[in-house]
Write a new protein. Sequence first.
Length: 367
Amino acid sequence: MFGLLKKSLKDSIKKITRKAEEREKIEERPKEAKEKPKKPEKPKKKEKIERIEKIEKKPEKVEEKPEPEEPEPEKRERRRIFRLRERITTRRLSEKDIDDFFSENERDFLSNNVAVEVLDFFSKNLKERLVDKPIKRVQASKFVSQVFEESLFAIVNQGEVKLEKMIKKKKPLCLVFLGFNGSGKTTSIAKVAKYLLKKGYKPVLAAGDTFRAASIEQLEEHGRKLGVRVIKHQYGSDSAAVVFDAVRFAEANNYDVVLADTAGRAHTDKNLMDELKKVVRVNKPDLKVLVVDSLTGNDAVEQAKQFHEAVGVDAVIMAKTDVNPKGGSILSVCYAIKKPILFMGTGQGYEDIIRFDPKKFVKDILS
Ligand SMILES: Nc1nc2c(ncn2[C@@H]2O[C@H](COP(=O)(O)OP(=O)(O)O)[C@@H](O)[C@H]2O)c(=O)[nH]1
Ligand SMILES: [Mg+2]
């Protein structure tokens, strides 16, 4: 999963670590070479000459004078060696190092669907943690990896949806699934139904997509296979009313969760967006779940922002991650709307869904 993004991040860690190494070789070693012959040798020569002169002129005072002077160069020498040792064992990166890295690798990140605003945040984060910080030479790679891990975590850690807790608190819990055409809403509903069934909850499906041909039959087919009840109206009927009926049905029959389908729509389609707003206004769902096709690329961010602006998204499902080697859209979407990812779709089967765990995601992507 996300092979391209993984490779890109691994290469980045190597490049930044190498930058630290290069800096040390170029800037520290010549200084070290220049300083060596100058300082320790010259004072010694001077002392010798002085001693010889003094011995010749006033032999008695010769032994008194060098004694208080000797500790000074020794101290300086010790301090110099300490500083040198520190320079050799630790490294510091500059702001320019990070800027150079991003200008060299920006295209690679963008082609993996990492949005510009995510890159800006990433760059700011790396600078805060890396610039002018002493990095122990032997641990440079480990340290840079750690900083990458923390920065990526800050991007994907946008809160948590405690689904099971929510179900226990409110019955029936109403989830409305929304998003672009073909993003994976209906399939995700079937998968979430299966997930809940396995946990012992009773879900009911609402055929709220009354717009697209065969959409009701598609949901009914899933319901049949899963043994889950589907509440439906006619094609062309009011989507908000279907969801309303499903909630009443769930209340009357002791169901735990309503999973409501809606028609796919583009944010530019005013009538359908108004319809979606009505579904939300009438039913006040507990969770508005945006389903994003992770293959959408950079347009996924625009879609997420527009849906969020229109109805307020609470959580995201990233579908089709199994066929997406890029993976940057995961970072981009949750960072753009600052909402958590609830599930990732990992295939076409009912079991192909996993809860999104930001820590595990970051560990996996850097492994
Ligand atoms: N490989 C893969 N395909 C998926 C996934 N989720 C949905 N699909 C497929 O995407 C297509 C559109 O899904 P559908 O649920 O009908 O999208 P909707 O229009 O948003 O309801 C179907 O062919 C699904 O089988 C997924 O996680 N992985
Ligand atoms: Mg559908």
